[in-house]
Design a binder for this molecule. Structure first.
Ligand code: ADP
Ligand code: MG
Length: 372
């Protein structure tokens, strides 16, 4: 276990015009599971390769347990990395693949044997030890690749999209395995994924990256409930948060916004008092599917809850619930409805808007408007 500090990490590739990493600052606690998410090309792999020492950084420093390792060779860093492609040695058995790194480090034969068996046991691949990689399924190969990293007992593990080559079912299984493994070993892990559900379920904290810049660093709940800006809000959550530009009005009962359905019917919704400074101005309302649902008797008395009738344009059953699309102010908005009380497309549905967790953004800066 080790503490990892990324201090103002900058990277410009030779010959490139733009900086790929533009000053990344993250403190990762000893034993923490940090997931790194962001769209393709935002610099996730560059950051991981820099931590591992496979790329040299052009600014800043990487500090492990107080020691600056920025200039060290990869082999001296005591950091193990698992990549998206397994890169197992095809001519070696599983046992030899796992043992390889230990042997070249000069570990005595008997210790190597014990270590391979410990890791195989941990990953439940003991029956596969004498097989060749080509005999294994994708999931089994990925386990072996993990086994190779685990055998080293390094200070820090880096995973760069280790599951993205696997099919959906296996990915979910392996996700659970990795979580269990971390709960048992409590090693410091930095884990890259472009799958935001993977990011949410695995992480102690999530770092959201865009164009080489850190957008937000926080617990899954913080990032989901209080996204710093429109980018983070749209990136995290599936189906995505809907964004509607609205004006803040003042009425007898407090502040409100008005939404218009596809048939022209209007509904005034209560909004929090911290938007006082925005009265008469336009803001972007961010509302998640679960904030619009079928009426719930228990919520009815809450002053931040309002009901209205809207025409359902499309329904998408997911199993446990149905995602229904309604049009508000000319925008498709997803609602999460109960699968037990289905609505058909084209029908009108009575919907309840729970405005307690809805967020608001400044349309200019795209930053979330914070409660004062
Ligand atoms: P991600 O892993 O988030 O998809 P990468 O770190 O692989 O992103 O890439 C970030 C940016 O850096 C991309 O624009 C990519 O084209 C560029 N890049 C990556 N590797 C190199 C390289 N070896 N030389 C030049 N540019 C690179
Ligand atoms: Mg990558």
């Amino acid at each position: 276990m080790a503490q990892l500090e990324l201090r103002d990490i900058r990277k410009t590739y030779a010959g490139a015009l733009d900086e790929t990493l533009k000053g990344i600052n993250i403190d990762i606690a000893s034993g923490e599971f940090l997931t790194l998410v962001g769209p393709s090309g935002c610099g996730k792999s560059t950051l991981m390769n820099s931590i591992a020492g496979l790329e040299t950084i052009t600014g800043g420093s990487i500090v492990v347990d107080g020691e600056d390792i920025s200039g060290m060779e990869p082999k001296d860093r005591d950091i193990a990395m698992v990549f998206q492609s397994y890169a197992l040695y095809p001519t070696m058995s599983v046992r030899e693949n796992i043992a390889f790194g230990l042997k070249i480090r000069g570990m005595p034969k008997e210790e190597v044997r014990q270590e391979v068996e410990r890791v195989a046991d941990l990953l439940q691949i003991s029956p596969l030890l004498d097989k060749k990689p080509s005999r294994l399924s994708g999931g089994q190969q990925q386990r072996v690749a993990m086994g190779r990293a685990l055998a080293r007992r390094p200070k820090i593990y880096l995973f760069d999209e280790p599951l993205s080559n696997l099919d959906a079912k296996l990915r979910v299984e392996m996700r659970t395995e990795i979580k269990k493994l971390h709960q048992r070993l409590r090693t410091t892990i930095v884990y890259v994924t472009h799958d935001q559900i993977e990011a949410m379920t695995l992480a102690d904290r999530i770092a959201v990256l865009r164009d080489g810049e850190l957008q937000q660093l926080g617990t899954p709940k913080e990032v989901y409930d209080t996204p710093e800006n429109l980018f983070v809000a749209s990136f995290m959550g599936s189906p995505s948060m809907s964004f509607i530009e609205v004006a803040i009005d003042r009425s007898d009962t407090g502040l409100s916004v008005t939404l218009e359905g596809s048939d022209g019917r209007r509904l005034a919704l209560p909004v929090p008092a911290y938007l006082e400074n925005w009265v008469g101005k336009r803001v972007v309302l961010g509302i998640r599917p679960e904030h619009i649902s079928q009426p719930d008797e228990q919520k009815r008395d809450n002053p931040m809850v309002e009901e209205g009738r809207f025409t359902v344009e499309v329904t998408e059953p997911t199993g446990p619930d149905v995602i229904a699309v309604i049009r508000l102010n000319g925008i498709d908005v997803q609602c999460r409805l109960d699968a037990e009380h289905p609505v058909e497309w084209g029908e009108e549905a009575e919907l309840m808007f729970d405005m307690r967790k809805v967020v608001f953004f400044d349309p200019e800066s795209e930053k979330r408007i914070r409660p004062q």
